[in-house]
Design a protein around this ligand. Structure first.
Ligand code: MN
Length: 508
């Protein structure tokens, strides 16, 4: 289990106390002590399974920007790593969404930060989630701007990082502010369908359980999810607002111990209920670019109903909910302990972070207006390679909006982020392999690849990497590229190096 050390607890406690003092005269629009926002952000980070440094940075994330704590103080008290996180978050916050041009700019900044330290993005997403949960307190104009920015930037970033739960919550919180009429409409439609849906689901899951019992399948969990409002809205738009064309309003979810069990369950279902053609999706053999894995099928339930069923392991489920955060949270644990527990990290942190009611009492409103000392911030240093590539794309596209679309579709659907064991981020096209990774680090490493570990396990060199993988390349002086490597490499960079090595050493 992920037990906190005495140092971990001391660090979070210190950040908590520091932040409480720093923000003591600082209030939110709602009149609440500002400190509440910091504790809530830290709690969200804890729920995501983030470690003590990230949680500490979460507690401190507004202290430079809002109450004028100097970077030097943060560094002296908490060290360079936490200062970098806090400054990263501060930088992400400097640009507000105002029209397209500013928009693309802040999108790019987000990307830059992401490639420097992914934890900055996770803190920023948690910060945004709490701001969205409390958006009712700001002016209508600001509500719309922030909600739109959430839909356009934050939710897609969360999705790209595989953080399904956070993405879903962000979208549903933003939805009523950006599309108020549509929101009401979707809510009404869903409500009408829901009761009949849930009855249907319960009836079907009883028959399914009987069938499982007959087959001797006893280890499984079953529940269902109702489609989220914003996601339903997007689908309604695609289907001409005909709700009867949407078959995944509710979906049955079956969680089993192993991948083998997933296919076994699918077999049992398909041999008893007829699946809809074209609706069987094997995201286990072919995972989505953001790492999502599951088997999906849609079946005729036999009483006129149609139902989507999702089958996955516990680990796949955890990853679908938390994405990249799940890798950060248990990557240092030994293999046999990698049974992710949603709450392992949360429990100890919760004991440190008092409840909000207690907090409010403790911080009984103070009247002095906060003194804001905004510092000038340096611009982000050198942009990584792919940002420059994006900037070049921009030259060919005249309109900003078009650029934004290119950016969104291209970037989000074709790139993955993987990590070195030291936590450096390497971005690669999807379907990249350890060979591509090795050459992206250094051509000399590429030329001497002897093996690769992905998430601590020895892996074949043609394995497709996925978002959040931690990749370690093993090299040997005697190892050298072969023609087979050309097939394994997906990036032109790797191919070019392999080809040039082969040309040189085949004495052609
Ligand atoms: Mn904040």
């Amino acid at each position: 289990m992920n037990q906190p050390t005495a140092d971990d607890i001391a660090l979070v406690t210190k950040a908590y106390e520091f932040s409480e003092v720093a923000h003591k005269d600082h209030q939110r629009k709602s009149g609440e002590p500002y400190f509440v926002h910091l504790v809530e952000t830290a709690k969200i980070l804890a729920e995501l399974g983030m470690g003590p440094k990230t949680i500490a940075a979460g507690l401190l994330h507004d202290s430079i920007e809002d109450v004028g704590v100097t970077p030097q103080t943060i560094e002296k008290e908490f060290g360079t790593e936490i200062l970098n996180l806090v400054e990263g978050v501060t930088k992400l916050g400097t640009l507000k969404y105002q029209g397209m041009t500013r928009h693309t700019e802040s999108l790019r900044k987000l990307f830059v930060a992401m490639s420097q330290d992914i934890r900055v993005v996770i803190i920023k997403l948690s910060d945004r989630l709490h701001n969205m949960r409390t958006l009712q307190h700001v002016s209508p104009e600001k509500q719309r701007r922030i909600a739109l920015e959430t839909l356009e930037i934050y939710a897609p970033v969360a999705e790209r990082l595989g953080m399904g739960r956070l993405k879903g919550e962000l979208e549903d919180l933003a939805f009523p502010y950006v599309y108020p009429q549509e929101y009401e409409e979707v809510k009404k439609l869903l409500k009408q369908k829901n009761t009949e849906n849930v009855e249907h689901l319960e009836k079907f899951s009883r028959s399914l359980k009987k069938e499982f019992a007959k087959q001797g399948i006893t280890t499984f969990e079953m529940d269902y999810r109702i489609k989220r409002l914003y996601s339903l809205f997007r689908k309604l738009e695609r289907k001409g607002w005909d709700i009867d064309k949407i078959h995944d309003l509710s979906a049955l979810r079956i969680i089993v111990p192993t991948v083998g069990d997933c296919y076994k369950i699918l077999g049992v279902i398909h041999s008893n209920w007829r699946p809809l053609p074209g609706k069987i999706k094997d995201y286990i053999a072919f995972k989505k670019p953001n790492g999502y894995q599951s088997l999906h099928t849609t079946i005729f339930t036999g009483d006129g109903g149609i139902l989507e069923i999702q089958i996955r392991t516990r680990e796949m489920h955890y990853e679908a909910e938390f994405g990249i955060a799940s890798h950060l949270s248990y990557k240092h644990m030994p293999e046999e302990e990698r049974t992710p527990k949603e709450t392992s990290n949360l429990l100890w942190i919760k004991s440190l972070l008092p409840s909000i009611t207690a907090l409010k009492r403790q911080l009984a409103a103070r009247n002095a207006p906060p003194e804001l000392k905004l510092k000038e911030r340096s611009i982000i240093p050198s942009a990584p390679e792919w940002v420059k590539e994006l900037a070049e794309t921009q030259l060919n596209v005249s309109q900003s909006e078009e650029f934004l679309n290119t950016l969104k579709t291209d970037f989000f659907s074709h790139r993955i982020f993987v990590f070195t064991p030291q936590g450096d981020v390497v971005d690669l096209p999807i379907n990249s392999t350890p060979i591509d990774f090795a050459y992206a680090i250094h051509s000399d490493i590429g030329d001497h690849v002897a093996g690769a570990k992905v998430n601590g396990k020895m892996t074949a060199l043609d394995t497709e990497l996925k978002n959040g993988d931690i990749v370690e390349i093993l090299t040997k002086t005697g190892s050298a590229p072969t023609t087979k490597w050309l097939d394994m490499a997906k990036t032109s960079l790797a191919r070019r190096h392999i080809q040039s090595y082969l040309n040189k050493h085949q004495g052609a």
